[in-house]
Design a protein around this ligand. Structure first.
Ligand code: DQA
Length: 141
């Protein structure tokens, strides 16, 4: 069976209670169940961490094991040259997802250190962005 990995960065474990006006009311666990039900032929693994190095370790350990990786590095998007360096080193395509539209938020959120190295970017459509990312990887791997 084809496999996809979702990696969520810091504070995304708080989805549902964290700034619901920006990130919505649903926890990622609830959303993930719905997502898995929509793609019964795909194994969707999920990993969340609040630690930058853990994202790097997970990316490195996962290379070659998935048809693609969906990565929302959260705030590390805007700070982490190291995660960008990892993404460029992978053979596995990465789709960058953001729940909010980072291009329309504070200036410090508008730069992404991974944007130049990803296969595709989706932002500003809420959690549905993860579904579109799965669809993209199924169609383009
Ligand atoms: C985010 C946007 C980031 O700026 C923010 O730090 C996050 C979530 C998003 O999904 O919209 O934690 O990546």
């Amino acid at each position: 069976m084809k496999k996809i990995l979702i990696i969520n960065g810091p504070n995304l474990n708080l989805l549902g209670k964290r700034q619901p006006e920006i990130y919505g009311n649903k926890s990622f666990e609830t959303y993930l169940k719905e997502l898995r039900d929509k793609f019964p032929d795909i194994i969707i693994d999920y990993y969340q961490t609040n630690h930058e190095g853990d994202i790097i370790d997970k990316l490195q350990a996962s290379d070659g094991k998935y048809i693609g990786i969906i990565l929302n590095p959260a705030a590390y998007t805007h700070t982490s040259i190291a995660i960008g360096d990892t993404v460029i080193a992978l053979d596995t395509p990465v789709v960058e997802v953001h729940i909010s539209d980072i291009s329309k938020r504070e200036g410090f959120r508008q730069y992404s250190y991974i944007a130049d190295y990803v296969a595709h970017r989706i932002m500003g459509i809420g959690l549905d962005g993860y579904e579109l990312a799965v669809q993209y990887l199924i169609e383009n791997h």
